[in-house]
Design a protein around this ligand. Sequence first.
Ligand SMILES: *Cc1c(COP(=O)(O)O)cnc(C)c1O
Length: 379
Amino acid sequence: MKDDVIPFNRPPLVGTELQNIKACFDNWHTSGDGAFTKRAAAILKQITGAPEVLLTTSCTDALEMTSILLDIEPGDEVIVPSFTFVSTINAYVLRGAKPVFIDVRPDTLNFDEAQLEATITEKTKAIVPVHYAGVACEMDTILDVAQRHDVPVIEDNAHGLFGSYKGRPLGSLGVMATQSFHETKNISCGEGGALLINDSRYKQRAEIIREKGTNRSRFFRGEVDKYTWVDVGSSFLISDILAAALTAQLEAADAIQAKRKAVWHRYRDELNDWGDSVGVQFPTIPDECEQAYHMFYMLLPSAEAQDGFIKHMRANGVQTVFHYLPLHLSDMGRQFGGSEGDCPVTEDVTQRLVRLPFYFDLSDDAQTKVIAASQKFEA
Ligand SMILES: *Cc1c(COP(=O)(O)O)cnc(C)c1O
């Protein structure tokens, strides 16, 4: 990208990452589950209230771990929003599950809880809501329906770290939750993730699955004399080098979140009048939700306006982007029977949504430029 273009995203850098990474090498521990992995997991427990946190190589991998832990088998059904990242469902499809796509609500663009019950069948093995943009889904309803049908809820909380629902932290509400530390997320180490375990039934097996199917973690705690192959598994541990960078950012989380909050509210305040004049729908944050300040998006009045806005901003030196394409209409989604009209809200909002530059070191001047350029756009 040209130097003078304001990018949509830049990975956060708080300044202490490199000294932590150096400490990893100084301590001769660069593989998984070293001192930084433990520090980062302890901080994540504090933030989310999850009793058990396992750092992983990505959110995708944490989702794959949940798929193994839930014993997903060919023919099982997993309910996800169509408006999400591919990993939310791929983790289950990889083990033979059939995706069941549900539409999103037109206000929060979250998993539509009102449609949940009708999609549950005897084959439903998991419900995976996504807290879009870090704003909580209507979790009481989702958890109530899930409980009545005895189906586990996994929160894909890639956007939602630091968010809450009725005072309860996101990531603490499902039996398990997954986090992402990809460079586009609030807290990042390039590629990384975590599995949060709220239901202790999954704890012991999760440790084994993450350690290539061995009881190595128990061996390190002195609970067994030798470690051996006890279950299926894979390599889901993050290197302590990456955990070192992650720890630096988690320890600076207050500064990162304060900045993101300020940027979000400045966009919201200063774009309000222009938005009203061109018919923009701004994000809805229900009263019971504390948002995670993961993104700033707007719904423009039409698909033409989305296209026009992105081009207009590019001509003004600002990169803006659309977001998820409906999964039920993707090549894979169609193979599972997805077709036009299945999720009308998703099909509509995907054509109207734009996201503005939103990152930790976005300067005041750059934000001023983004706002001024937006205000020059007439739908
Ligand atoms: C980013 C993201 C993921 C994937 O995260 P990775 O860490 O890149 O695997 C999954 N779900 C959602 C909703 C995401 O935004």
